[in-house]
Ligand binder design. Structure first.
Ligand SMILES: [Zn+2]
Length: 318
């Protein structure tokens, strides 16, 4: 799944550290109490002995009422000692960061919500989307799209956007899914917005997703050679093995002789691994063929669902 073994272990290590930190704090508070209230130590011993005694009596089937009374009176004495010396009654209840899992990260064999949150934060961190607004489908409104403009299929701008949104929702629901999306069309019509929504929703489901602009990908292809063990090298690797990749703005790169083969390698390797990719572009498929080669365009025709966005520039309108 989304987190690698070492990432999972790193997260679990944080939970271990939290527990150790809490134990340390508990010991420090206990020591402070005994320093300030020396008589507390013998009182604690008496309470412990009383509990042991109660267990013995219970085991023999005896009446534990009197032992319970004794424990209550000892506990009451302890509370009053706390008060007399200015300590709150719950001084030894060192709080957990998460009360639900008591800082174990797992409850009855299931990942706690705090673990899922930490895991998603890590996935977002490596998604290259932290600098972007993390939008979900509820932020994607089709009201910005006209009902008057149509494309050659006769669909209106709004119908096209709605079809893409519905397909994206189905894709997320059924993820992991081997589908791929090619979202193309006019500038400012919400292609990148929808792609970001898909990536955010996928990460919220606990899968890994990475967003990369095509010029950034091309730069990474060269920079990784000088940074194999660093962040650039790691980012390059993630493009090939994350569960969802958004390759944004195909066609916006400064095309070099190697660009078509770099793009083809990325697309092909992800197809071969059964990993989903969402490509956005201002170019249509014939322009992709002219710039990136027949082989790139044929992959997109054969293995990607196409969605056409058109109409007014939403960045101005909405
Ligand atoms: Zn928890």
């Amino acid at each position: 799944m989304a987190l690698s073994n070492s990432q999972f272990n790193d997260l679990m290590k944080r939970y271990d550290e939290r527990q150790i930190e809490r134990e340390r704090e508990l010991d420090a508070r206990q020591k402070r109490l005994y320093d300030v209230i020396p008589s507390l130590r013998s009182l604690d011993d008496a309470i412990r002995d009383a509990y042991i005694n109660m267990a013995r009596v219970e085991l023999k089937g005896g009446d534990v009422a009197s032992v319970k009374n004794e424990i209550s009176s000892l506990e009451a004495k302890k509370v009053s000692l706390f008060k007399e010396n200015g300590f709150p009654e719950n001084y030894l209840d060192v709080p957990y960061t998460c009360n639900d899992c008591k800082d174990k990260g797992i409850v009855e064999g299931v990942k706690c919500h705090c673990f899922i949150k930490a895991s998603n934060a890590l996935l977002f961190h490596q998604s290259n989307m932290e600098k972007r607004l993390q939008k979900t489908f509820s932020d994607f409104s089709i009201d910005c799209y006209e009902e008057t403009k149509t494309d050659i299929t006769g669909r209106t701008s709004r119908q096209s956007a709605e079809a893409a949104l519905n397909a994206a929702k189905r894709f997320v629901e059924s993820f992991p899914d081997k589908s791929n999306f090619f979202i193309f069309g006019d500038t400012g019509t919400g292609k990148t917005h929808l792609a970001c929504c898909i990536a955010t929703e996928i990460i919220n489901k606990g899968y890994s997703a990475v967003f990369v602009k095509t010029p950034e990908f091309i730069d990474l292809c060269y920079q990784r050679f000088n940074d194999k063990t660093g962040e650039k090298g790691a980012m390059y690797e993630r493009l090939f093995d994350c569960e969802l990749l958004v390759l944004d703005d195909l066609g916006a790169d400064y095309s070099t002789r190697n660009t078509p083969s770099l793009v083809l390698t990325l697309i092909d390797e992800r197809l071969n691994s059964g990993l989903s990719t969402v490509i956005t572009s201002n170019l249509d498929i014939s322009q992709i063929r002219d710039i990136y080669s027949e082989r790139v365009s044929s992959r997109i025709i054969g293995d990607y669902k196409n969605f056409h966005f058109f109409g007014s520039d939403h960045r101005i309108k909405c």
